[in-house]
Design a protein around this ligand. Structure first.
Ligand code: PXP
Length: 400
């Protein structure tokens, strides 16, 4: 039997239907003579495999192990590999997304199957895109028009371009260079919104070197999308945020001597302190993000603070010395985005991104929003703010 299904969960599911669909999938792929094992389990068991093989001590929806990987690659030629699915997580997610349980479970199984074919090993910006395209083709064949809702969900989730929040700090940098009242970051924010920005970001620094309190207060009044305030988790800033009430606060580390934010917030070992700041901000209804290095240990610590969002620090990627280092940093971002999403975070990214390096990171499907400042303001000097924003949005939407 090409597809063997072992059910170790008490939850009800039509095993025969799944087997027939997956056998048909193998046929469509021209792999009728190959075998796949599918293990249907609950959260406890999938957590065990997730921790043992991938170092992630929490449940997930699907994991697959290709026969091409591991200590004896390709020993058993007919076996493609194993797909493990948690019915508990799959059913919970199906309900959350409003999708038929069977169709959603098949979508997870097909995702696992395409992974077994090695699609996500095609590294580079297009790997994820190729994988989703293949999944959608298979689901269209297997479910037909009845599966439209689930297929659209898979398309939307993976193809939907990330959003862009524009940081206007450096408009204020030019103003403060002469201590005059122009150019005004408030005007820049209006133009950025007209260019299509999904949010406006300002960093109110302790030394007030660019953005001033007045800027944030006026922006609070006029920003039509959402206002994001970057700040250090100090008492002064927390009470300012509670008073002005931006839509989102992003907690960043801050050192007076730095030219710009140099690293992510260190959360590991300081969970209680960060959690206190997050709680205070959330108490008044603010959404809270933590700017963090793409390090799974920091992300796991962030999960204990109650923050809604993590913004992955892309600075190391942006400053990579050559293509090899850049590839390595991109892989770190991909892994961090996956871990963060699995922990339930909304995933954002930013720092040092520009028109020449945005595409590979914009292809990472888990990243929902980018925060970009310097490159856009620099280009706006040449082509105007609206066009500078439009050009960046265009690159972001072409990446997926
Ligand atoms: N995200 C955070 C947390 C930042 O501190 C900054 C810089 O202010 C940015 C994004 C934007 O970085 P850049 O100006 O290099 O685009």
């Amino acid at each position: 039997m090409p597809v063997e299904i072992i059910k170790r969960s008490d939850r009800r599911f039509p095993v025969r239907w799944l087997r027939e669909k997956l056998e048909r999938a193998l046929e469509i792929l021209g792999l009728k003579d190959r075998e796949v094992t599918v293990l249907l389990v609950d959260d406890e068991e999938i957590t065990h495999y997730n921790e043992l093989y991938l170092g992630r001590p929490y449940p997930t929806n699907v994991i697959s192990f290709s026969q091409l990987e591991g200590p004896f690659p390709g020993v058993q030629h007919s076996l493609l590999g194993d797909i493990i699915i948690s019915l508990e997580t799959a059913f919970r997610e199906a309900q959350e997304y409003g999708l038929p349980k069977r169709h959603y479970l098949l979508a997870l199984a097909v995702h696992g199957l395409v992974h077994l074919l090695g699609h996500d090993h095609e590294r580079g910006p297009w790997g994820a895109w190729l994988m989703v395209r293949r999944e959608i083709q298979l689901l269209q064949e297997l479910l037909g028009p009845q599966g439209k809702k689930t297929i659209n969900f898979v398309k939307r989730r993976e193809y939907m371009p990330a959003k862009l929040a524009v940081n206007v700090d450096h408009v204020a940098t030019v103003r403060e260079a002469r201590k005059v009242d122009y150019p005004d970051p408030v005007h820049a924010a209006v133009l950025a919104e007209l260019g299509g920005a999904h949010g406006i970001v300002v960093h109110l620094r302790e030394d007030r070197r660019h953005i001033q309190d007045r800027d944030v207060r006026i922006l609070r009044e006029i920003v039509k999308t959402k206002l994001i305030l970057e700040m250090a988790a100090t008492e002064e800033m927390i009470s300012f945020a509670k008073e002005v009430r931006p839509d989102q606060v992003t907690l960043v580390p801050e050192r007076r001597q730095e030219i710009t934010t140099e690293g992510g917030l260190k959360v590991k070992g300081r969970v209680a302190k960060v959690r206190k700041a997050v709680e205070e901000l959330k108490e008044v209804g603010l959404k809270v993000s933590i700017f963090i290095d793409p390090d799974p240990e920091q992300i796991k610590a962030a999960a204990k603070t109650g923050a809604d969002i993590v913004e992955l620090h892309t600075g190391h990627y942006a400053e990579a010395a050559g293509p090899e280092e850049m590839d390595l940093e991109l892989a770190r971002l991909e892994e961090a985005a996956r871990v963060a999403r699995e922990l339930g975070f909304e995933v954002h990214a930013g720092h040092g991104l520009h028109y020449g390096n945005i595409s590979p990171v914009a292809a990472i499907p888990e990243i929902e929003e980018f925060s970009i400042g310097h490159a856009i303001v620099a280009r706006a000097i040449m082509v105007g703010m609206k066009d500078a924003v439009r050009e960046m949005l265009c690159l972001i939407s072409q990446a997926r």
